[in-house]
Every structure is written in structure tokens, then in C-alpha cells.
Design a protein around this ligand. Structure first.
Ligand SMILES: [Zn+2]
Length: 287
């Protein structure tokens, strides 16, 4: 009876040992498999995460670029939409015109205009252009307006017939072309278009392509060769402001005007006017 338990004990121990080894082996195998699977899963998940992050970054980058572009586009759009009408609305333009030159004073006028960075328009006499070709070329190079103002400047001669008006303008136009290589269709007939040109003559001259420019502010510098010309311009410009008309101011190419025109320029700039040259794109002021 005793043997049996004795015999059983080693057998039992043996089986327990075998079972334990098998169990340990199984467990370690399972654990090994589990850990390697877990590692693989971890690696995979890390890779996936990296891939996801990369994709997200790419997505983020792309979308942020799009946002930036959209914002820039919007900003540009706003600028264009808002700036243009404001500029147009606030724009105040005046035209200084200088008749009967060029003269010995013209280059000093040009220096003054350059100093204030303003432009003017010169309606010149044929003989004076021939006397001062350098002044004509200088005003062209500096972006001032150029217009024809007749050959004779004699009302009795030029207004004797329509043909006389046309002939004098055509002749002076050829002089300008010969002296400068430039052309103009801007004209100011001596002493203004009315009452010298009737409607029929005006229409015929315009049909030839000439643009007739009169004025709406007379400085009266031909009569008042002193500070009164400044006062006159200020009064007339203020009167035009009330009816929102762009001033086209008449001056003459003389020493007295050279001495006083600076005060007029300062007044106009202070009032917010931009002083521009007349060119063919501007609708002419004809009486
Ligand atoms: Zn004149």
C-alpha cells in the first residue's frame, strides 16, 4: 500500500514537471508570439501614424497655402475695388495753360514746374517756337502739353476766313514736327474761339481732327502784371469749385507771370488739385 503512493509520487512529479515545462514552453511561446505580434502591430501603428501625420501635414500645408492665396486674392480684390472709386471720387484736376511762348522765360517756367512736380500746357506761336526750339523740346521731354496758337496771332488776319485759321494751324503744326519730330492736334485760336469762330467754322476745324481748347479761368495777367493775377485765379477757381468744374487757367509766357505763378501753384496744391498736362485723350473745353 505504501509503495503505490511512493511509485505514484515520482510519476506524479514527473507529469507535473512535464506539464510545467510544457506549460512554460506554451506560455513563453504564446508570450513570444504575443509580444512579436504586439511589436509588429506597434511598428505598423507607428508607421501608420507617421503616414497619417505626413498626410495631415501635407493636407495642412496645402490648405494653409490655399488659405493664404485666398486671403491674398481677397485682399487684392478689396484693394482694387475700394481704391479706384475713392481715387476717382477724390480727384481734383486743374490745367495751367501758358500762351504766346516760348520766350526767354520759358525754361524758368519749366524749372519751377519741375520743382513742384506739376505739368502745364503751352499754346505757342509759330515764330516763337522757331526762336526757342530747345525750350519746345524740353517741355516735350518733361511731359508738358503742347498746343498750336497760330502764326500771325493777328485777329484781323487769321479770322478773315476759315481757310486762314486752318492754314495757320497746319503751317505751325509742320513747324512743330520739323523742330521736334512730335505732333499735336491741340489748338487755341488767338483771343479764344468765341466770338471769332462761328459754329460752322468750329465744326469744320474739328472735322480736320483739331481739338479747340478755350479756358474757364482768366488770370488777366495780360492786363494786371502784378499780384492781382494770383487773387483773380484764386477767386475764379473757388467759384468753379462750387459747380465742380475742372479749372483750365489762362496765363501768358511773360516775366510778370513767371514771378507770380508760384503762388498760384502753391494755392492749387494746397486745395488738393493735381496739375496735369492737356493731351488728346481729354475732352476739350470749347466755348
Ligand atoms: Zn495768345
Amino acid at each position: 500500500m505504501r509503495r503505490k503512493p511512493k511509485k505514484r509520487r515520482p510519476n506524479t512529479r514527473f507529469y507535473i514537471l512535464i506539464a510545467s515545462i510544457t506549460f512554460i514552453a506554451l506560455i513563453s511561446g504564446l508570450l513570444n508570439t504575443f509580444f512579436s505580434q504586439a511589436r509588429a502591430e506597434k511598428d505598423l501603428s507607428e508607421l501608420t501614424e507617421i503616414a497619417t501625420v505626413t498626410n495631415n501635414e501635407e493636407i495642412k500645408t496645402t490648405s494653409s497655402q490655399e488659405i493664404i492665396l485666398e486671403e491674398e486674392g481677397e485682399e487684392e480684390g478689396i484693394e482694387i475695388k475700394s481704391a479706384t472709386p475713392q481715387e476717382d471720387g477724390d480727384e481734383k484736376v486743374a490745367y495751367i495753360t501758358i500762351d504766346d511762348g516760348p520766350s526767354a522765360y520759358t525754361e524758368s517756367f519749366l524749372e519751377l514746374f519741375d520743382l513742384y512736380n506739376v505739368k502745364a500746357t503751352f499754346f505757342m506761336i509759330d515764330g516763337n517756337m522757331k526762336k526757342h526750339p530747345n525750350a519746345v523740346n524740353k517741355m516735350l521731354n518733361e511731359g508738358h502739353g503742347i498746343g498750336l496758337h497760330s502764326v500771325s496771332h493777328d485777329a484781323k488776319k487769321i479770322y478773315a476766313s476759315l481757310n486762314n485759321v486752318i492754314d495757320e494751324m497746319d503751317e505751325e503744326r509742320k513747324t512743330l514736327q520739323a523742330l521736334t519730330g512730335s505732333d499735336t492736334t491741340l489748338i487755341r485760336t488767338p483771343y479764344g474761339s468765341k466770338p471769332h469762330l462761328n459754329d460752322e467754322w468750329t465744326a469744320s476745324i474739328q472735322k480736320l481732327g483739331y481739338q479747340i481748347w478755350d479756358w474757364n479761368v482768366d488770370s488777366e495777367d495780360w492786363k494786371n502784371r502784378d499780384r492781382r493775377m494770383v487773387k483773380t485765379v484764386i477767386q475764379e477757381v473757388r467759384a468753379l469749385e462750387l459747380v465742380e468744374k475742372e479749372p483750365v487757367i489762362l496765363f501768358h509766357d511773360t516775366k510778370a507771370t513767371l514771378e507770380h505763378i508760384e503762388d498760384v501753384i502753391v494755392f492749387l496744391l494746397d486745395e488738393g488739385y493735381e496739375l496735369r498736362a492737356i493731351d488728346e485723350s481729354i475732352s476739350p473745353l470749347t466755348w
